[in-house]
Design a protein around this ligand. Structure first.
Ligand code: NAG
Ligand code: NAG
Length: 370
């Protein structure tokens, strides 16, 4: 029994040694690179550089951010990529790809390609005009790799990408800002809801396959939240504070098929590259029982106007709650920093119901042994 303990400490010692080798690589950059793709839930400011109405670069956005200033994040403070970045030991969050500050060795930290308003489909978010659609996000990723190759050589660039962590968040806007945007939308006349979901999943699979071909080997893919329960939908579609049935049905169809598609992709490529994060379940936990998580409400947004503070945009003229820690929703669509922390805690250590086939803690432990 005594030898078991010392054997274990030798194994742990070797693992730590290997992990040290792994991170203090010849690039001299701590930790692994982190890449982010998707929509406003993970955009850290790319849209600040674009002519679009989908932006979060004015107060009170960022009111609880370390600088107390708006950054383009759709949050009162940190967003999901910031919190994941901290969890994997990143000293700084990857900058928006369009930021002029993203040059030189800062490129080695990774990059954020996400753009508020986008969906899986190119016609999602057309009303926002100038946004970076997912195929374009992937083209930028390719361009990024060329820039990193010029900096550290092609072999190191490839290794950096292969060993990176990737986050992808898409799908909500394909319902909210496309299928259900207006009654009798083009897509809703073209597809029944179940057929639309099947179409989205097949288009999403192509994007993820492309991401794999570009070198991504650990990709966390989040599902949508409970779309019908966000303050915007309660304000527009609910009569008595109940979640919108149609949007809940959409999320209920989309999320399980997304998980299944990711597991299928893993068997195609022969390894666990894609990890499904069940953000619907995590959101449901605090939406159904906000008090258990320290929230006074999950129905009313902190910043907004109209019923549930769910109408229009969050601006300096909006109602603003004094304490953002007790609101699950920051604005009519986006979780507060506090809710983002709950979501990322489940990404890190959730059970198989939340993270399939494994959570981020397990990924970190496995990859440190490579
Ligand atoms: C989106 O547009 C790009 C570029 O035109 C195209 O390559 C891609 O196939 C389109 N995606 C979908 C889902 O239509
Ligand atoms: C998730 O992470 C925790 C450690 O925080 C671990 O105990 C647990 O077994 C993991 N669950 C899965 C399904 O990997």
């Amino acid at each position: 029994m005594a030898t078991t303990t010392s054997d274990l400490s030798i194994i742990v010692g070797v693992a730590i040694f290997l992990a040290t080798l792994h991170t203090s690589n010849i690039l001299g950059v701590e930790g692994r690179a982190f890449f982010v793709f998707g929509d406003s839930l993970v955009d850290s400011g790319n849209n600040n550089y674009l002519a679009t109405t989908a932006r979060a670069d004015a107060p009170p956005y960022g009111i609880d951010y370390p600088t107390r200033r708006p950054t383009g994040r759709f949050s009162n403070g940190l967003n999901i990529p910031d919190l994941i970045s901290q969890s994997i030991g990143g000293t700084e969050s990857p900058l928006p790809y369009l930021s002029p500050a993203l040059t030189g060795r800062r490129l080695l930290v990774g990059a954020n390609f996400a753009s508020a308003g986008v969906g899986i489909l190119n016609d999602t978010g057309v009303q926002f005009v100038n946004i970076i659609r997912p195929f374009q996000q992937l083209e930028y990723f390719q361009q990024y790799q060329t820039r990193v190759s010029a900096l550290v050589g092609a072999r190191e660039a490839k290794r950096l990408v292969n060993q990176a962590l990737v986050l992808m968040t898409l799908g909500g806007n394909d319902f909210v800002n496309n299928y259900y945007l207006v009654p009798f939308s083009a897509r809703s006349r073209q597809f029944s809801l179940p057929n639309y979901v099947r179409y989205l999943i097949s288009e999403y699979q192509k994007l993820l396959r492309k991401l794999y071909d570009l070198g991504a080997r650990r990709v966390i893919v989040t599902g949508t939240g409970p779309l019908g329960c966000v303050p915007a939908e309660l304000a527009q579609r609910s009569t008595n504070g109940q979640c919108s049935v149609e949007l809940q049905r959409a999320a209920g169809l989309f999320n399980p098929q997304l998980t299944q598609m990711l597991l299928n992709l893993n068997s195609q490529v022969g390894r666990n590259v894609f990890i499904a994060a069940n953000t619907q379940l995590t959101n449901n936990d605090f939406i159904r029982n906000p008090q258990a998580f320290g929230f006074v409400t999950s129905k009313v947004a902190c910043c907004g106007q109209g019923p549930y503070n769910g109408l229009g945009l969050c601006t300096q003229l909006s109602n603003l709650c004094p304490n953002r820690e007790v609101y699950a929703f920051w604005d009519p669509f986006h979780p507060s920093e506090k809710a983002n922390k709950i979501i990322v805690r489940q990404i890190l250590s959730g059970s198989l119901d939340y993270m399939n086939p494994m959570n981020l803690s397990t990924i970190i432990a496995l990859d440190s042994l490579l």
